[in-house]
Write a protein that binds this ligand. Structure first.
Ligand code: SF4
Ligand code: SF4
Length: 190
């Protein structure tokens, strides 16, 4: 059985090309002229110390106006007594699609409420895809993603491997809805 010849689908908003566009080369040259003009203009501004392109001049400039819902650097939350809220259940590491979370658990029989805790909690940011699944999976609200990404980019992948103290001690801007660290409950009759 012979196959039907392929007929390309036509879209309702497909632009109609005139003879000028169909000639190809003039439009290619026009595109190059626009791109080159913007490049030269921005380069001249940069050479004379003025701001040209709307992009951030990293690392001289650092952005802080991230969207409120931006998934940036992780922070490990603490209990009011300062101990990590994490119970080393490993759910975040299990769900992580990039397998970049490493947790080593320890057991403290004297803490009957939270006997398991992490002695080592590391994230390899050189491979993290900032999907937020670790935050979603955590049953303890022990890991969050703040909107900022301070000092994360690096030219050495080993400096992008952050440990427990760096994730615990980092103090991102206050989250009004979910204060960090949580306020100690007082006078609730408990
Ligand atoms: S944001 Fe995604 S990739 Fe990064 S540590 Fe969490 S689960 Fe893994
Ligand atoms: S951060 Fe949350 S999900 Fe990950 S090990 Fe700790 S308690 Fe479990």
């Amino acid at each position: 059985m012979s196959r039907k010849p392929h007929v390309r689908k036509r879209y309702w908003n497909e632009p109609v090309m005139g003879w000028w566009e169909r000639a190809y080369l003039p439009e290619i040259l026009r595109g190059l002229a626009i791109t080159g003009g913007v490049f030269v203009r921005n380069m001249l501004k940069w050479m004379t110390g003025r701001k040209g392109a709307l992009t951030t001049y990293y690392p001289e400039e650092t952005r802080w106006d991230y969207a409120a819902g931006n998934r940036g650097k992780h922070v490990l939350t603490r209990r009011p007594d300062g101990s990590p809220q994490c119970i080393a259940c490993n759910m975040c590491a299990t769900v992580c699609p990039a397998k970049v979370i490493e947790i080593e658990a320890a057991f403290d029989p004297s803490d009957s409420a939270h006997p398991k805790y992490p002695v080592r909690f590391e994230i390899d940011y050189s491979r993290c895809v900032f999907c937020g699944l670790c935050v979603e999976a955590c049953p303890e609200d022990a890991i969050r993603m703040a909107k900022e990404v301070p000092d994360l980019p690096a030219d050495d992948r080993w400096t992008m491997w952050l440990g427990k103290s760096e994730l615990l001690d980092w103090q991102p801007q206050a989250d009004v809805a979910k204060p960090y660290p949580p306020r100690a409950r007082t006078g609730d009759g408990a």
